[in-house]
Design a protein around this ligand. Structure first.
Ligand SMILES: [Zn+2]
Length: 147
């Protein structure tokens, strides 16, 4: 097992490397100083999604959503709660399908909200429909360890 980790800054896209035991100390992006894994949900674009999915040592959980979608808005606070609980296990991010309409077709997303987990450049799991925080945490824990 490597004791170095890589995390893509979900704000500016810089890939940051650091010792794995510094994860709990709140590593920050070397470029823009945004915390890399503080348990907060970040809004991302498709370019950053690709970079993070390919490079990151932690799984990336992406909520595909839109502002017109009622269940998506209902799930937002639950997703944020889950992100705090999963700090250090996985990073949670949101991608607005209204802003990036091509993305739904690319990932074959039929309904929103849909949560996709990415690791080692691949989608490893997905779940459609709104879920409470506990359900999101369970879903991620069940899948995050899988290669
Ligand atoms: Zn950054």
């Amino acid at each position: 097992m490597s004791d170095r980790m890589k995390l893509t800054c979900l704000k500016c896209g810089t890939v940051n490397g650091f010792p794995a035991d510094k994860l709990g100390a709140g590593p920050k992006c070397s470029n823009c100083k945004t915390p890399l894994a503080d348990g907060r949900v970040m809004e991302i674009n498709p370019k950053i999604l690709d970079k993070a999915a390919r490079n990151d040592s932690l799984p990336l959980v992406v909520d595909f959503w839109a502002s017109w979608c009622g269940p998506c808005r209902m799930m937002a606070p639950e997703f944020e709660k889950a992100a705090r609980e999963l700090k250090g296990v996985a990073r949670l991010a949101k991608l607005n399908t209204e802003k990036y309409p091509d993305i739904s077709m690319r990932f074959n997303i039929r309904g929103i909200p849909s949560m996709l987990i990415f690791r080692n450049g691949r989608e490893i799991a997905r779940q459609a429909g709104a879920m409470p925080a506990a359900g999101i945490v369970q879903f991620v824990r069940n899948n995050a360890g899988r290669r």
